[in-house]
Design a protein around this ligand. Structure first.
Ligand SMILES: C[S@@+](CC[C@H](N)C(=O)[O-])C[C@H]1O[C@@H](n2cnc3c(N)ncnc32)[C@H](O)[C@@H]1O
Length: 443
């Protein structure tokens, strides 16, 4: 999904095009749910990725690829940039271009420079990219390494893309294949990166890149009817008349939800603690002014990081995503935006259960929580009651605003307009980069 603050286009980055299969208006969100209830994450996964009716499947034939790079230095300033963007959007029938596309090749070059500066270049460089979209990042990173690293680094490098959408996988092969020497080093595996069966064990140091992938990963929801009641996991079921969906609350049981709550330290929430008077006051308030609580959990991200740490124990990670989303209508902590586009106009939904495969569902990333999930999945941060003596290794991590990241590793002068306005630094204020590398440190 696109950075709403970053642009005047409050619409999805998962791009709409006239080429896509027409969406069947007769399809109902109830069709994503069978006779038995499903967890919220399974509903979201179906609404986004159902092979027939999922939002991405319907639109996966379309990717926002700019024909050529924008010549920022020839534009006068913000107004000229917006006009230029408007013209591109009109021409291409695309709703949104992701930053790696808008700022190509400079954005990918910044990522490549960060890798080169942080990696041990005496071992062959191996890069995995999850959800590489149109292949613009892969192409830019490989170009940069070819031009700027010692030739042995480029000659021995491999770049593996793991992409869930078959049409995007194909597109990536085309984009990278434009440079014939890249083709031998580049491979696409069309699969779900969060499915452990697709991975072997790669003990070598490697890099994993994920740009705008976390926001569209399935999430779960937990609910508590007031300030003191225990959290319940939320399931989705068909109502008796089968025409609508409703939520069902069940006692916590799901292990992935349990892991997320453990990381968030929510597991003890709802249980009496603190002073007796404090608990009595809280219970009183909960009875007189009950305030239901809803909390969204990044279970898809947790699962993906568990799988990645299991398969690639020496991986370094670069992820960029939205740290904040404006005007969210769905209730709850870390709640998503649910947006659909009809006749060229984007509108937001008040209820995630309205998503029928015609709506993008995207979440903000809590970067502090992401760091904890990373430490937890690497084995360094232990669940409170785990007695295991096996010590995990601490990771060195840093979260940077996109502007700080690009100032450090990129060439910001290339995206500066004549009057000094620089959309890559000035606009993407609600996006951040997360970098995480392994260490030998067990303390
Ligand atoms: C919003 S797009 C971002 C594309 C690209 N990284 C960019 O920044 O332009 C999300 C990408 O992640 C892919 N994706 C989503 N879930 C995935 C999964 N579980 N495994 C692999 N790829 C996935 C989508 O098909 C798509 O390519």
């Amino acid at each position: 999904m696109a950075a709403r603050i970053a642009s005047s286009k409050p619409i999805s980055s998962f791009l709409l095009s006239s080429k896509v299969k027409p969406f069947s208006p007769a399809y109902f969100s109830t069709n994503f749910v069978g006779e038995s209830p499903i967890l919220v994450r399974d509903f979201i996964r179906a609404a986004l990725y159902d092979p027939e009716h999922g939002y991405f499947s319907q639109r996966s034939g379309s990717v926002g690829v700019l024909d050529r790079s924008i010549k920022f230095n020839q534009l006068n300033g913000r107004k000229a940039y917006m006009k230029h963007l408007d013209a591109i959007y009109k021409q291409s029938d695309i709703s949104w271009f992701t930053p790696v596309e808008l700022f190509k090749p400079w954005y990918a070059h910044g990522i490549a420079e960060a890798i080169m500066r942080t990696t041990n270049l005496s071992v062959p460089l191996k890069i995995y990219e999850i959800g590489g979209g149109s292949g613009t990042c892969a192409r830019g990173v490989m170009d940069y390494i070819k031009l700027n690293a010692p030739s042995r680094v480029y000659d021995s490098m491999t770049y593996v893309s793991v992409e869930i959408s078959s049409s995007l996988a194909q597109k990536q092969l085309e984009t990278v294949g434009e440079v014939s020497s890249h083709s031998k080093k580049f491979r696409v595996e069309c699969r779900d990166a969060a499915d452990p069966s697709g991975w072997g064990l790669d003990q070598q140091p490697c890099w994993v890149i994920m740009l705008e992938v976390l926001d569209n990963l399935p999430h779960d929801l937990i609910y508590s009817k007031n300030q003191v009641s225990p959290w319940m996991e939320v399931w989705v079921e068909k109502r008796h008349d089968k025409t609508e969906l409703s939520e069902l609350y069940k006692t916590l049981e799901d292990p992935l939800i349990g892991s997320c709550m453990e990381i968030l330290d929510l597991a003890k929430d709802g249980k009496p603690r603190g002073s007796m008077t404090g608990s009595i006051a809280k219970s009183f308030l909960a009875k007189v002014f009950p305030r239901p609580r809803r909390c969204w959990l990044p279970t898809g991200c947790t699962k993906l990081l568990q799988v990645l740490h299991g398969a690639l124990p020496k991986m370094s990670l670069i992820a960029s995503d939205f740290s904040y989303l404006p005007d969210v209508r769905i209730p709850g902590e870390r709640a998503p935006l649910v947006a659909s586009k009809k006749d060229g106009t984007s509108s937001d939904h008040n209820n995630y259960l309205d998503a029928k495969g015609d709506a993008d569902i995207f979440f903000p990333t809590d970067f502090l929580l992401l760091e904890d999930i990373d430490h937890y999945c690497s084995g360094w941060l232990k669940p409170k009651d785990e007695k295991s003596l096996k010590k995990g290794k601490k990771r060195r991590t840093i979260t940077l605003d996109t502007s700080s990241f690009m100032e450090e590793f990129g060439l910001p002068s290339k995206t500066r307009t004549k009057d000094g306005y620089n959309p890559m630094l000035d606009d993407f204020k609600n996006t951040k980069f997360y970098l995480s590398v392994p260490t030998h440190n067990t303390k």
